[in-house]
Design a binder for this molecule. Structure first.
Ligand code: XMP
Length: 525
């Protein structure tokens, strides 16, 4: 193929691309997400990517992100000067705006008025960037330095009480800058501003869809894996399901999924996972029946951390045994999402106190020398669900509520044995059935039963009982990091309580958990 025809083929396959130059901002992926929401494709490159690298993507617009540094520092991070003269529309955000001002001849000052948090933004001059934005709205600020005077050719477009130059623009060169953060939800006009920049200033059509993400990702997986063999631990959760399905679309039978039946799953869960993945999606799935092994490892253990650690170790041991059966396996699929990535590498963040050892397969790649395939690394949870729908995953998987890796072992307080697992499983099924049958707004984000180690006195028929206390937990949340207890209707709680006490042997009392997180956690262990 000649270079010219290669370029033509690339242009057909590559969507119109916005390049985001990253200065180490906490919000870079959030900017990429907002660009996706405006139906435009973007790629994030390091801030110092040479123009030759950027030009290969034929960018239709460039966004310069914020960053933790000061543009006034001697060693301030910069960009290839060709970026500013290439004739491509540019939006600089926070540090990005200051860099534009600095490099194009504006004046910057290390501000005595640092500004963090909400500010009242006032539009002072009309522009395509701020079209349809109210004259006054709330914007989110986080900066020390400020632009004192915009560069020649630029006008000041907006201000706040503490920042006289909160947005600048040169409509001729189509270069704009905003001191505030349009990508965060607290900036009321943020989405409109980003859409204005992309669609009106840069003239990019809103043509990109999640389908395109799927196509691009499948091509990337093929390029990464080649003809290598890949394994994936399938939990039945939406992240591993979507990641595995994407990889299977890319490389078919080179992927083996391992589903470990720990015996700590909810009612019918193991069969449902197998039915969905093997029979509907036709993934290559190995089911490992490890119920006895987990019960043996948990015998007599009541300490929550000890339970979690034992389950994690056993899981890794089983997974290694399965991987050893696949000759030449070189890659491990993980359903890592962007929030996991930020939490692990936010600059300057101090590791918080360990609350619980969350179970995942994170220890595997180092031990087994496997390269990671993480197709969801740039996405947020709701976007993963959208990808799942594009891939045709069944709705019960796409909308599945979170379920902890250690499963029902952390919902059986005290010793875990098969009787106690059966009790919590039966109670949980009733909680789930009743909540799912009810019309609730908002719908709880997560709901389940917990078997406590408490016994209490009751009366059934004419006889005294001394039996188990089951707790019901239902929460509202956005991400599980914070949560509130769901205000379920009393009639629904009554039905749940009556059914559990009548239908689940060994239970005579039900409590509803009315604690938020913090101070409690979602799971009881
Ligand atoms: P906590 O109990 O920490 O739970 O407030 C927050 C959210 O995380 C889920 N959870 C886990 N998820 N592995 C997981 O993948 C785990 O070990 C684990 N422990 C808790 C919990 O169900 C809730 O949604």
């Amino acid at each position: 193929m000649t270079t010219a025809t290669t370029r033509a083929a690339d242009a057909r396959t590559r969507p119109a691309t916005v390049v985001i130059l990253d200065f180490g901002a906490q919000y870079s992926q959030l900017i990429a997400r907002r660009v996706r929401e405006a139906n435009v494709y973007s790629e994030i490159l390091p801030h110092d990517a040479p123009w030759s690298e950027i030009a290969k993507r034929e960018p239709v617009a460039i966004v310069l992100t914020g960053g933790p540094e000061s543009t006034l520092a001697d060693d301030a991070l910069g960009i290839d000067p060709a970026v500013l003269t290439a004739g491509v529309p540019i939006l600089g955000i926070c540090y990005g705006m200051q860099l534009i001002a600095r490099d194009l001849g504006g004046t910057l000052v290390a501000s005595t008025h640092r500004e963090f948090g909400a500010a009242a933004l006032e539009i002072v001059a009309p522009s395509a960037l701020t079209a349809n934005i109210p004259e006054r709205s709330r914007a989110w600020m986080s900066h020390g330095d400020t632009v004192a005077a915009p560069p020649p050719g630029f006008v000041t477009l907006a201000r706040t009480a503490r920042c006289a130059v909160a947005a600048i623009g040169d409509p001729v060169r189509k270069i704009f800058g905003v001191q505030f953060h349009p990508e965060v939800v607290h900036t009321e006009a943020g989405k409109t501003l980003i859409a204005n920049f992309l669609h009106d200033v840069a003239g990019v059509a809103p043509a990109w869809k999640m389908d395109s993400f799927v196509d691009v990702t499948i091509a990337q997986i093929r390029a990464q894996v080649g003809d290598g063999r890949v394994i994936c631990a399938l939990s039945g959760g939406v992240d591993s399901a979507v990641a595995a399905t994407l990889v299977a679309r890319a490389i078919g039978t080179q992927l083996t999924c391992v589903f470990v039946d720990t015996g700590l799953l909810r009612a019918h869960e193991g069969d449902a996972v197998m039915a969905a993945f093997r029979d509907v999606l036709h993934l290559n799935v190995v089911r490992v029946d490890a119920r006895d092994r987990f019960l043996a490892r948990l015998a007599g253990i009541v300490d929550p951390e000890e339970k979690r650690i034992r389950i994690g170790h056993e899981f890794i041991a089983i997974f290694e045994e399965e991987a050893a059966k696949i000759p030449g396996v070189g890659f491990l699929v993980q359903g890592t999402l962007y929030p996991d990535v930020i939490e692990s590498k936010t600059p300057g963040s101090k590791a918080g106190h360990k609350i619980k050892s969350h179970h995942n397969v994170g220890g595997l790649p180092e031990k087994m020398a496997l390269a990671l395939v993480e197709p969801l690394r740039a996405l947020f949870k709701d976007e993963v669900r959208e990808v799942g729908r594009v891939l045709g995953l069944p709705e019960h998987i796409v909308e599945r509520q979170p379920f902890p890796g250690p499963g029902l072992a952390v919902r059986v307080l005290g010793e875990v044995n098969s009787d106690r697992l059966n009790t919590v499983r039966a109670a949980d099924l009733i909680v789930t059935d009743e909540i799912e049958a009810a019309t609730l707004s908002p719908r709880p984000w997560q709901y389940f039963a917990v078997l406590t180690p408490l016994q209490s006195v009751g009366v059934m028929g004419d006889g005294r009982t001394y039996a188990n206390l089951v707790a019901v937990r239902a929460i509202t949340s956005e991400d599980g990091m914070t949560a509130d207890w769901a205000r379920l209707p009393h009639e629904l709680l009554e039905r749940i309580s009556t059914r559990i006490v009548n239908e689940v042997p060994g239970v005579n009392r039900i409590a509803y958990d009315i604690t938020s997180k913090p101070p409690a956690t979602v799971e009881w262990e």
